[in-house]
Design a protein around this ligand. Sequence first.
Ligand code: CAO
Length: 460
Amino acid sequence: MTTRTEIRVPDIGDFEKVPIIEVLVAEGDTIEREQSLVTLESDKATMEVPSTAAGKLVELKVSEGDEVSEGDVIGVVEAEGNGSGSDEDRDSEKKQKSEEKKAAEEQQESPKEDTPGKGREREKASKRESGAAASKDADGKDLPPPPVPFTEMGRDPSSIPHASPTVRKLGRELGVDLANVQGSGDRGRITADDLKQHVKQRMESGAPPGTAGGGLDIAGPPKVDFAKFGEVEEKPLSRIQKISGPNLHRNWVTIPHVTQFDEADITEMEAFRKASKAEAEEAGTKMTPLVFLIKAVVAGLKRFPKFNTSLTPDGESLVWKKYFHIGVAVDTPNGLMVPVIRDADSRSLLELAQDLTELSGKARDGKLSREEMQGGCISISSLGGIGGTAFTPIINAPEVAILGVSKAETKPVWNGEEFAPRLMLPLSLSYDHRVIDGADAARFTQYLCHVLGDVRRLML
Ligand code: CAO
């Protein structure tokens, strides 16, 4: 006996006229029970519609782009036999049910997908489970399968990547957050090939699949149509921004940063600086507080050599450097650049001032060579000429610390007997906590304060 079963769109919640974005079978195909026939995609998510019967698909009533609602016929399946099923059928049905149950359990255990809307989905999933035990009616006929829920309901729709459940499942199996995968399909839809390509690229770059670097799985930024809110203009980032952006991001997310703040009394240093201004001008340069800071940092590296190290890429050892090359962040019209002053320990204050003038000039003119930006031991980022009281600079890997400098201000400081006006320089030292302990960082900044408080010590 031949039985004909119409396969209909199951309960899909409150959705109406949901577009079919993929037809997964063709007329004449022999299909299994529960085999996916089409993929639907609403504004919020995608789902596959499974067949409720096994047999030959004799009629396919839909095509890609059609819109369907609950109850619409997708196709007709014809099967030989009385429908009661052989032992083999029953075995495969049992297996199917146990897989369904396992999938529902996995979904409940997955903390990543634990969004408020999931509560409803879980309820449906558990109903589905209890329903699965009674998937035949009193006459032993197959009941339609329970509704397959749209996935990831309750999440911000704009943050949900478009992908079929098969691709989502594959993503879960590979440990890839689809938010990190670039979709090549219609409306950015992620195909299985996109996923494979993503994994391949990650393997080639040495990063684990699904990661944005160093084992982190970071969602992409939200896509916002700003033009909806007012007039906008899009301009590409500068070449330097494009190069430095990923490095800054990597350093920020992969290095455990801590920033130690301190204040150096530079009243006497400032008097000396002003007194040496004429000599600096004669030498064709400018003596700014930064020149003294470079000297003070070199003294700090000598006193605390751990600040002059780099972690090996495997994180197993430290490389201790015996040279003193200092990077200086320079603000240029095209973005931030960090030229390196070589062998700063063997340079006088005037020579350091000349190096700084030359390198920052080259940076602004876009004339720095690659070598002039390499080999730094530690960096200084001075915003003192602009303003501000403190900030948290990002470490320039593979260095393990960076000194931020803000604007010196005259403040009343208690000298044990009275408040006296003192010129105080704010320091912000960010350090890699894998290498440097908080106590070391506090000692380092205190030492900087100590030598800047009496610059004669810089000559010792
Ligand atoms: N407190 C008070 N005044 C300061 C100061 C401080 N900490 N640092 C500098 N000044 C003064 C200088 O003395 C100078 O004043 P005078 O002309 O009266 O002497 C004025 O501010 C301007 O200094 P400058 O900026 O020209 O020189 P500099 O040596 O301090 O800095 C350079 C040189 C290249 C580092 C700087 O021009 C620059 O680009 N800074 C920005 C760095 C940056 O962007 N960091 C952020 C990185 S993270 O995005």
